[in-house]
Design a protein around this ligand. Structure first.
Ligand code: A3P
Length: 345
């Protein structure tokens, strides 16, 4: 019997969708100035760096044993990333303690949202300490070229929507996990993350952030399209769709789901230990996951703003009744024609 031959990987000369400069639509929280673009038919908001990086990401050569974690920022991707990494690496806590999560589970899209030039400057600065050079050099490896050189099983993370991810990851049957979160909680969490990443001085007003979100003028928005793309694949082989809220209700169940998905057997004792390790309090003080490495190179301040509240329902802090009505109206319109429903919080 003839053995199955995988079709050759298609290499794109250029992106199979448009990348368009803005004309008259500008966000109120102006992180990238005028340096941003709208990508593809859904007009995903990306920094202008995407123009240089998008094709390399799209053409990335996946391997069948890769594991991808995709999700909009502030959807609990760090928590799920650590869970996936540990399960996928046979609960190797020792190895997890050696390096920060962003290095073990690198972002393929890192420089679409952080400035590569700034990190390069840090790595080359004569004032940089050895630790700063080490951290920034590790960041600089997080490109599609850098990840292509990684040996062993790769764990790759991204905040990009699936349609901007390498199609090859689906073709080779790599495992893809998507993590979604109630959009109101995600948005409030994102507002606080601006503070962490030192860009809050651009606005003190949550309403600005709220308006940008509703107008799809926030990084990786339209959010509902981002989630819908994954929702449509939720029953596919090699695809796992998770909600942050389900994990917060029952971490053990998510741990089991991921273990099943990755073909790993975990004993009850192992699940106990992992659940405890992932608890909000432990996580907050865990230097390999609380993003303290970013503060060390001056890219962020005060780690308590990253692993911040850690439970559903945070939207009630900042979304008043009028905003809630507006939010619900927009959400209803954008979810028309799909059975996707977000968990209430
Ligand atoms: P809040 O700001 O609502 O607290 P991401 O990692 O995708 O950026 O998501 C960040 C969100 O996940 C933050 O939400 C953060 O506090 C929450 N989070 C991180 N680790 C957690 C944990 N161990 N348990 C519960 N929530 C956690």
């Amino acid at each position: 019997m003839a053995s199955y031959q995988r079709p050759e990987r298609k290499i794109f000369e250029k992106l199979p969708f448009e990348v368009v400069d803005p004309k008259d639509e500008f966000p109120k929280v102006n992180i990238y100035g005028k340096d941003f673009v709208f990508v593809g038919p859904k007009k995903y908001f990306q920094s202008a760096a995407y123009k240089e990086l998008g094709l390399g990401i799209y053409n990335f050569e996946a391997r069948p044993d890769d594991v991808y974690l995709v999700g909009h920022g502030r959807s609990g991707t760090t928590l799920h990333g650590e869970m996936i990494w540990l399960i996928g690496n046979d609960l190797n806590y020792e190895e997890a303690a050696k390096n920060f999560i962003m290095y073990r589970f690198p972002h393929i899209d890192l420089f679409t949202f952080h400035s590569r030039e700034r990190i390069k400057e840090i790595s080359e600065s004569k004032d940089a300490t050895e630790e700063m050079v080490d951290i920034s050099s590790k960041y600089l490896e997080m490109t599609s070229e850098g990840l292509a050189e990684r040996k062993g099983r790769r764990f790759i993370k991204s905040h990009l929507p699936l349609s901007l991810m390498p199609p090859h990851m689906f073709e080779v049957g790599a495992k893809v996990i998507y993590c979604a979160r109630n959009p109101k909680d995600m948005l409030v969490s994102l507002f606080h993350a601006f503070d962490f990443f030192l860009v809050k001085n651009l606005t003190d007003s949550f309403k600005d952030c709220f308006d940008d979100f509703n107008n799809d003028l926030t990084l990786n928005c339209p959010y509902f399209e981002h989630v819908k793309e994954a929702w449509e694949r939720r029953n596919d082989k090699n695809f796992l769709f998770l909600f942050y809220e389900d994990t917060m209700k029952d971490k053990r169940q998510t741990i089991r789901k991921i273990a099943d998905f990755l073909g790993k057997d975990l004993s009850e004792n192992e699940i106990d230990k992992l659940e405890d390790y992932l608890s909000f309090e432990k996580f907050k003080n865990n230097k390999t996951v609380n993003h303290v490495h970013m503060t060390k190179i001056g890219m962020a301040e005060d780690v308590s703003k990253f692993i911040r509240r850690g439970k559903p329902g945070g939207w009630r802090e900042l979304i008043d009744e009028e905003m809630e009505r507006e939010f619900n109206r927009v959400m209803e319109e954008k979810l028309k024609g799909t059975d996707l429903k977000f968990p209430e919080t």
